[in-house]
Design a protein around this ligand. Sequence first.
Ligand SMILES: Nc1ncnc2c1ncn2[C@@H]1O[C@H](COP(=O)(O)OP(=O)(O)O)[C@@H](O)[C@H]1O
Ligand SMILES: [Mg+2]
Length: 334
Amino acid sequence: MRSLGDFRSGRPGSYPDQAVYAEYACAELGLAFADIDGGTGLVFSVASTTKSIHFGAGRCSWYPQNNATASTLASDKYFTNKILERAGVPTLGGEYFFLHQRHRAHRPSGHERENALEYFRKLGVSAFVKPLLGSRGDFAQALHGEAALIRYLDEVARYYDSILIQPVVSGIEHRIFVLDDEVAYSARKYPPFVLGDGGRTIRDLLAAHNEALRSHGLSPAAVDGDASLDIVLPSGARWEIPGRMNLSAGGTMVLETPRPELAAYALAKRAAKALGLRVAAVDMFTELTGDPHAMAIIEVNSNPSIRLLEQSGRDDLILKIWRHTFSAMGLLGV
Ligand SMILES: Nc1ncnc2c1ncn2[C@@H]1O[C@H](COP(=O)(O)OP(=O)(O)O)[C@@H](O)[C@H]1O
Ligand SMILES: [Mg+2]
């Protein structure tokens, strides 16, 4: 039997993870994988003897067992909060605002740029701000002071049409991956960091870090102008970058159970169910603002990457998730 590594080897960095995993799962489960784009992995089919379905990379859903309505509700961080709050699931709250005049006639009043400033002041001119439909931590950052918000709105308006503004909170961050009534795995997220080489300053190391993010289409790390950035970081020393902890933004994820485990799992499952998702990566803070029992959902991902499992050698879990997908689509067990 070929291992997952065999399916990965020789692929360019741009080759979609999910095409690697699907091909591996097909080999394990006796299904036929066929690339239909000359080997790019961008569009492919998976077939049993009686049925065939297609998958696409990029913004396509990798989890056809999630219906389109549930997935799009989860992609909107405000809709998600409304639905979760109704189900008694704590969220980080917040209000949404539009950055362009386009489509103004389609929306209720109170969601324009000037309203964003008013709300920001209400929060004490300090808030966590993110694109309403964002992902991978792009432009997800804390902002302090009106000037910072105005700069942010101008910059983000080039890429997104709306944002969510919410209070800045602190806690221990976990991702709980829910598969119907089960938790497939959970991981703790740690902040990104730059690693000292004994020669470069933190500022220089951050510049290199930001350049790598930019080439992946991600906003730079948000670090306040601070004199301490000019110190040379000793070789091997880590300097943690505050804010977003996304894996895509250089964060680290480690398979680790949350505390309190059962309560966190129950909350994650409740969130997935409320949104109508069969597959969901529920991101939450535990120990919210230092209270060991307080938890809140950050967001719910309906199309989560599972690269962490490959990096952690958990091919078994990748297979479990794809078995669920294939079974749900009638490619297995019928
Ligand atoms: N209100 C907040 N206060 C503090 N940190 C936050 C807050 N909201 C999000 N974060 C951090 O930013 C990251 C990205 O935010 P998230 O809402 O998950 O957006 P994205 O869809 O870009 O991942 C989170 O994983 C978390 O580390
Ligand atoms: Mg997120």
